[in-house]
Design a protein around this ligand. Structure first.
Ligand code: CAA
Length: 359
């Protein structure tokens, strides 16, 4: 197989979680607001000794272990994150330290809020397709720990996780080189230098996300009826800040297209909702959130199955990618990463969460 794409996937989740109903009780909020109003269920939280680097390193080791190549075949290592450890040293260097990489490869970190991982993946795919890779492969990782200030409205949407890709042949999925981007400068969600938690304009972030969705899918349609184009896709994956937000984006898309509300809801239930099963267990993992959804959609997919992936990063930048499942998707080897991590993790209670957050 010579086509460029995703040759291997690995995922990693942290070892603890909080049920949002426990958070609701702690904060004196009706639990239905978090579960029904926002669509949130569980918040993945770091355990002892875990951080954005250990998550990224685990995902990378898992992707490398199920790939046919070896680290000396890598010509590029890129990490997309908004949980930077340093203003200068890239997260890719921290990960290389953790998993013992060194050699003839390009190493860097990309940043564009939750879109940063997609940027790294796109660059790796384009590097391969350009011929500059000269037969080498790329290791790309999206890794984040999403925490808001205690009692912030975003607290129930917190989460963490990492997804790693080997960009080489298209065993897992071919990614179309043509994609559909849309960007506009906005302050919808940002974290000033030196501050620990993001600042968020919630209503603006929703408006930006809806604009990005509408614009990217309009480009995908390319003048054809979008409903006809989407019939060719078995799954539509979105960046998942929290599931209700994705539903709002899809409903807005339907409104812009003049679809009947019931038809848009049916599309959401059949092609979008199933892709968020793992996201509901992790919470928002920023750069990794979309790719967790894509990994879910590809797992068990027959070769040739088409999947769309809409990436959104505050600030804001967005891009709609289209993928075709390859021969290794049906076996979905990476399901073991998620199921194993979910089975092993510990549920913490509100008091432990309070001690962890300090408030
Ligand atoms: N039972 C059922 N539903 C209830 C309820 C109850 N008792 N109480 C409230 N609700 C519903 C509300 O009606 C509302 O539903 P609709 O939106 O459908 O009307 C929903 O719960 C949320 O209620 P509020 O709007 O009052 O919630 P809030 O203001 O407390 O917080 C938020 C919402 C601003 C989005 C907050 O979750 C937040 O700040 N999140 C972080 C920012 C974020 O995730 N933005 C997303 C895009 S930015 C991005 O993409 C980057 C990224 O990943 C972060």
């Amino acid at each position: 197989m010579t086509t460029t794409g995703i040759a291997s996937l690995g995922l990693a989740l942290p070892s603890r979680y909080l049920d949002v109903r426990d958070l609701a009780a702690l904060r004196g909020v009706d639990p239905d607001k978090f579960t029904k109003g926002l669509g949130c269920h569980e918040i993945a939280l770091l355990g002892e000794g875990e951080d954005v680097v250990t998550l990224a390193a685990s995902a990378a080791e898992r992707a490398l272990a199920r790939w046919g190549g070896s680290p000396k075949d890598l010509g590029l290592v890129a990490v997309g994150t908004e949980t930077a450890q340093d203003m200068s040293r890239p997260l890719s260097a921290f990960v290389a330290d953790a998993i013992g990489l060194r050699g003839a490869y390009r190493s860097y970190e990309t940043k564009h809020a939750c879109y940063g991982g997609t940027v790294a993946l796109r660059q790796a795919l384009e590097w391969k397709a350009s011929g500059a890779a000269r037969g080498k492969a790329a290791l790309v990782i999206a890794s984040d720990v999403a925490l808001y200030a205690p009692k912030d409205p975003g607290e129930p949407t917190q989460g963490a996780g990492a997804v790693a890709f080997i960009v080489d042949d298209a065993s897992v999925a071919e990614v179309d080189l043509e994609s559909h981007a849309w960007a506009e400068p906005a302050f919808d969600f940002w974290r000033p230098v030196g501050e620990s938690f993001p600042r968020v304009d919630g209503p603006l972030s929703l408006a930006c996300y809806e604009t990005a969705t509408t614009e990217c899918f309009r480009q995908l349609a390319g003048g054809r009826p979008l409903a006809d184009v989407l019939e060719g896709f078995a799954a539509l994956c979105f960046h998942v800040p929290f599931p209700k937000m994705v539903k709002k984006g899809v409903m807005k898309l339907g409104e812009a297209q003049g679809w009947d509300e019931g038809a848009t809801s049916a599309l959401f239930e059949s092609k979008v909702m199933p892709t968020m099963e793992w996201n509901r267990r992790t919470g928002n993992s920023y750069t990794a959130a979309l790719w967790t959804s894509v990994a879910k959609a590809l797992a068990g997919a027959a070769s040739g199955t088409r999947v769309a992936a809409f990436s959104y990063g505050s600030g804001f930048g967005s891009e709609l990618l289209t993928l075709t499942a390859g021969p290794a998707a049906a076996a979905g080897a990476w399901v073991a990463d998620v199921e194993g991590d979910l089975a092993r993790r510990e549920r913490i209670d509100a008091d432990t969460y309070l001690a962890y957050r300090g408030a």
